[in-house]
Design a protein around this ligand. Structure first.
Ligand SMILES: Cc1cc2nc3c(=O)[nH]c(=O)nc-3n(C[C@H](O)[C@H](O)[C@H](O)COP(=O)(O)O)c2cc1C
Length: 321
């Protein structure tokens, strides 16, 4: 346990404790470890099953072994345990919807995505960045999960960027900002000949501004995740499926954040199916929007109107290409 009194503010823990006391906080802590997202497909008794996982991990190169873990209570656990083979479909950055279809109960997941039968008729999802065709080798006990170890018989890698999952939300890979001189120290002038390309500058600036705005979210007692949910609910009441589609947050995160927002009096829930902002929630959402507008004005101060208009024109034009 940290002695919180003696450490610098930047290293003060946000939360800590025994996982047994607060499962949600424990999950948030685990979410600090970024992963990819895969859909594991299987064919058992002539029926197809597939589920989104982020517990996938490489184990060994020789022999080639991988693992993933499944909740014991998963509706498809039997299929995975009894089938001799499974396929790991590593999702690409533009397959968030695929992850959502395979990450929540759905009557007919395979009618929602394009796929091709691979060996043993197991679906290979189109658009994945990798397929690993595996033979189930061992199953280990893992508390409320079971750990499945597979021997990789065949792998296929495709061009493309992987989908990431971190801090309870979908994300994409980006070069580390320190890769460029400009980002290492945004306030210093960029040395001649070292100016990053236009697109790199765009991504660095976005990361820089987003990090600066974090301080304002903290002041308003909201997080990036709760802001996305408040913003969506500001438009109209909706259910969890729509929040998942529009916020790109994981379902568990949405449920946790909604729980907090309800407890804080920001959101009202109609039997847990429809969520609506209260007057307090609307005020908070408006306060974040106002702070964001003020932040933009403050950051653009000193830059001429014509420069701002030109930059906007370029960005809008780029979106059409
Ligand atoms: C990004 C993401 C990662 C997930 N990781 C896992 C996992 O590693 N293991 C697991 O059992 N469920 C995981 N889930 C939840 C399952 O995909 C979800 O419960 C699914 O509905 C299970 O399939 P079933 O309904 O056929 O049981 C994850 C969901 C998402 C969206």
């Amino acid at each position: 346990m940290y002695d919180t009194a003696s450490i610098q503010p930047a290293f003060q823990p946000i939360e800590q404790g025994n996982p047994a006391d607060d499962g949600r906080a424990f999950r948030r802590c685990l979410g600090q470890y970024a992963t990819g997202v895969a859909v594991i497909t299987v064919k058992h008794d002539d029926k197809l099953a597939g589920m989104a996982v982020n517990s996938f991990s490489a184990v060994s190169l020789d022999p080639p072994l991988v693992l993933w873990s499944i909740r014991r209570e998963s509706a498809s656990a039997k299929a995975y345990l009894e089938a001799s083979h499974f396929v790991v479909n590593v999702l690409s950055a533009d397959q968030v919807e695929t992850s959502q279809v395979f990450g929540a109960p759905h009557p007919d997941r395979f009618s929602q995505v394009a796929w091709t039968p691979g060996r043993h008729g197991i679906p290979l999802l189109d658009g994945a960045v990798a397929h690993l065709e595996c033979r189930l080798e061992t199953v280990y006990e893992g508390g409320d999960h079971l750990i499945l170890v597979g021997h990789v018989d065949r792998y296929v890698r495709f061009e493309g960027e992987p989908l990431l999952f971190a801090q309870g939300q979908y994300a994409v890979t980006q070069n580390h900002p320190r890769l460029t001189v400009a980002a290492a120290s945004p306030s210093e002038p960029i040395a001649e000949g070292k100016v990053p390309t236009f697109l790199k500058l765009l991504s660095i600036t976005n990361q820089h501004m987003s990090a600066l705005f974090q301080e304002h979210r903290q002041a308003l007692c909201v997080t990036a995740a709760s802001t996305r949910i408040l913003n969506r609910l500001f438009e109209s009441p909706c259910g969890i499926d729509e929040l998942e589609r529009s916020t790109y947050l994981g379902r568990d995160t949405i449920e946790d954040v909604l729980g907090d927002l309800v407890a804080q009096g920001h959101v009202l829930s109609d039997k847990g199916t429809l969520f609506e902002l209260t007057a307090k929630g609307r005020r908070t959402s408006e306060a974040v929007a106002k702070r964001s507008a003020e932040f933009t004005i403050e950051k653009l101060r000193g830059i001429s109107e014509s420069d701002i208009a030109a930059a906007k024109r370029v960005l809008l034009e780029l979106q059409k290409r």
